[in-house]
Write a protein that binds this ligand. Structure first.
Ligand code: AMP
Ligand code: ZN
Length: 478
């Protein structure tokens, strides 16, 4: 398959050619763990998942890295406001690390319930402070910083292509600057690499550094951790569109300033926002919808996944419970159709292979074309309506679902099992199984085969069989 992705850097669709043949380095900005993820955030992670699944199905070996921000993110991305983690910890009467652990666990529970494949590497900011310090030292040595008022700043006027990603012009930045809150900044767009003089007396976590005891600015973690796990140049970086003008713009400046202006990331993919009837959703402003709140209203996480796939990731998507109900109905009809096909499917019929191939082609073309999931879903429906009632059609739909991640194969396999477990709508159960499968994968990677075998056995005792295949591990009832 030949993918084309809309690259924010250049503002055009470009053919995807990875730096290394058949290998992809991908970094997706992860959550700041001071609260639950809202359903808008989840849109970003479903987008990353579709990207990873599509590339893997096409045969690429994808190294997917995701950070967990547990330090340094202020309520305004541009170094203003309160520290999100500290504020949340104070409000809840807990320590910052307790808050981080609690919301990280909640985040992965949501990820599993949404059937989002876990990243290859998940890295916490607080566990990579020394990598951040080393990178800042390189930036400093190359002449891009100044130390003032106790903090170390990045001087954007020294970086020739600052703002290319967001099509910002330095003069516009100056002209458009609001009353600058931090008078130590030489340019309004300069940003902090390392704080030693905290605005907050109660800064919870601090570390020693060449610039004094303090803590990192928010953006540096993504540069330091992506470089550690993916190298100084890698293929794809993604996040929501809100990250274009500040966070990703600053990530590029830091990374390239450190590495001698080598182009850092080749393709920048940004998802549009999910918006509510009433407007923007924000974690810090409160009043947002979580995945759990959808479940409490009687929806399955996979209804929400179906809803998201019915829009293209680069179009704004308006959320309403009526539209979610529409997605729920469609997913139900899809499952019914597939179950009835599974029951009645005949063996392969050679003469009807052509029509199946036509739909697979259509599906592949849709996904290659900047991950067009609405078109891809239409191809699945087209095949189910027009294709022959054969095992081949069923296999083709399951193959397409390796990208869509609607759990279709498991739904069919588990249809005839006992009441507790048969239901794809039983998301708690799905989440638990996914969690155990991921633990087993990690155990195998760490060569801890005893744990891996114990997990397999404990699931077997509950009547669940794990099957390892080329596209990962699936499960079925005994
Ligand atoms: P945060 O935890 O705030 O850093 O956000 C996590 C991810 O969600 C980032 O990639 C954001 O750009 C993205 N994001 C935030 N709000 C929305 C939204 N309403 N719709 C889609 N993506 C969003
Ligand atoms: Zn980031």
């Amino acid at each position: 398959m030949v993918f084309t992705f809309y690259n924010t850097l250049g503002r055009e669709k470009q053919q995807f050619n990875p730096l290394q043949k058949q290998k992809v380095g991908f970094y997706g900005c992860g959550p700041t763990v001071y609260n639950y993820a809202h359903i808008g955030n989840i849109r970003a992670y479903v987008h990353h998942d579709i990207l990873v699944r599509s590339l893997r199905r096409a045969g690429f070996d994808v190294n997917h890295v995701m950070n967990i921000t547990d330090v340094g993110h202020l309520s305004n991305d541009n170094d203003d406001g309160e520290d999100k983690m500290v504020k949340s910890a104070e409000e809840r009467g807990k320590s910052v690390l307790e808050i981080a652990d609690f919301y990280t666990e909640a985040f992965f529970k949501d990820i599993d319930r949404m059937n989002i494949t876990r990243p290859t590497v998940v890295c916490k900011a607080t566990e990579h402070i020394s990598e951040m310090i080393t990178l800042i030292e390189r930036i400093e040595k190359n002449g891009f910083t100044y130390l003032t008022g106790g903090n170390l700043y990045f001087d954007i006027s020294k970086f020739p292509s600052y703002g290319d990603l967001a099509l910002l012009k330095l003069d516009d930045l100056k002209a458009g600057a609001r009353i600058e809150q931090d008078e130590n900044k030489r340019n309004p767009g300069d940003f902090v690499l390392w704080f030693t003089k905290s605005k907050f007396e109660n800064q919870a976590l601090t570390w020693d550094s060449p610039w004094g005891r303090g803590y990192p600015g928010w953006h540096i973690e993504c540069s330091a951790m992506s470089i550690k796990y993916l190298g100084e140049q890698f293929d794809i970086h993604a996040g929501g569109i809100d990250h274009i003008p500040i966070h990703h713009t600053n990530e590029i400046a830091q990374s390239e300033a450190a590495t001698g202006l080598k182009p850092w990331v080749k393709y920048w993919l940004h998802n549009e926002f999910l918006v509510l009837d009433k407007g923007k959703m924000s974690k810090s402003a409160g009043g947002f919808l979580t995945l759990q709140s959808l479940i409490d209203e009687g929806f399955d996480p996979l209804d929400y996944r179906y809803f998201l796939l019915s829009g293209h990731y680069r179009s704004q998507l308006q959320f309403s419970f009526e539209s979610l109900q529409g997605a729920k109905n469609s997913r139900k009809s899809l499952l019914n159709k597939i179950r009835s096909l599974a029951e009645n499917a005949e063996a392969q019929r050679e003469d009807e292979r052509e029509i199946i191939n036509r739909y697979i082609e259509g599906f592949d073309r849709a996904i290659e074309d900047d991950l067009n999931t609405p078109r891809a879903l239409a191809e699945v429906w087209g095949l189910l309506k027009e294709g022959p009632a054969t095992q081949d059609t069923l296999a083709a739909v399951f193959d397409m679902d390796r990208v869509l991640g609607l759990g279709l194969e498991n739904a069919v396999k588990n249809e005839n099992s006992d009441e507790n477990c048969k239901n794809v709508e039983n998301s708690e159960f799905l989440s638990e199984i996914n969690d155990l499968i991921n633990k087993r994968i990690n155990a195998k990677k760490a060569k801890d085969f005893t744990t891996a075998d114990n997990i397999r056995q404990s699931l077997k005792n509950r009547g669940i069989i794990l099957e390892d295949g080329p596209s990962g591990t699936t499960w079925r009832r005994m």
